[in-house]
Design a binder for this molecule. Structure first.
Ligand SMILES: [Zn+2]
Ligand SMILES: [Zn+2]
Length: 150
C-alpha cells in the first residue's frame, strides 16, 4: 500500500500527498468491524493531534503551574480521557459507546509505537475523518436544493 499523507486541505479540497515522516492514524467505530486507517505527514498529523490533545494539555499546564492540586489533576484527567469527547469536550451519555482515534509513531514505513488514543462521539469522529476525504461538490448542492425546498 503506498503511504502518503491523506489529509485534505479544505481550501484546495485536495490531498496533501507528502510521503515523508508519516503518522499512522486508526479510526475505530465500535459498530464497524474494520477500522479505518489513514496516514498524515508530520505537520498535518501534529496539527490534528494537538487539537485533540488540547483539553489534556491545558490541564497539564495548569498542574505544572501549580494552579491545581495533584488529586484534582488526576481526577480531571480521568474525566477527559474516559468521560468526554476529545473533539467537542461534551460528555458521553451513560450508555454511549465511544469511538476511538489512535495515533501511532511511524517511521520509514515501520511501526514505532503508540502515541496517544482519543475517545470521541461518533459524529465528532466522522467530522475528524472528513478532513481526510475530498469533499464531493454534488453532496453540497443536494443539501442546498433541499434547503431551498424547505
Ligand atoms: Zn500532509
Ligand atoms: Zn463530541
Amino acid at each position: 500500500m503506498p503511504s502518503r499523507c491523506e489529509f485534505v486541505d479544505p481550501e484546495f479540497n485536495f490531498p496533501c500527498g507528502k510521503v515523508f515522516n508519516l503518522t499512522k492514524i486508526i479510526f475505530n467505530h465500535p459498530k464497524k468491524k474494520e477500522p479505518i486507517v489513514k496516514f498524515a505527514c508530520k505537520p498535518d498529523g501534529d496539527r490534528r493531534f494537538r487539537y485533540l490533545s488540547m483539553t489534556e494539555e491545558k490541564l497539564s499546564t495548569q498542574y505544572k503551574q501549580n494552579k491545581i492540586k495533584y488529586e484534582e489533576f488526576k481526577e480531571e484527567m480521568k474525566q477527559i480521557r474516559w468521560k468526554r469527547c476529545r473533539r467537542c469536550n461534551g460528555e458521553f451519555e451513560s450508555n454511549e459507546v465511544a469511538c476511538n482515534i489512535t495515533y501511532y509513531y511511524w517511521k520509514d514505513g515501520m511501526f514505532m509505537g503508540l502515541r496517544r488514543s482519543f475517545q470521541l462521539h461518533d459524529d465528532c469522529m466522522e467530522r475528524e475523518l472528513k478532513l481526510f476525504n475530498i469533499q464531493k461538490e454534488d453532496v453540497k448542492s443536494t443539501i442546498t436544493t433541499l434547503d431551498s425546498v424547505m
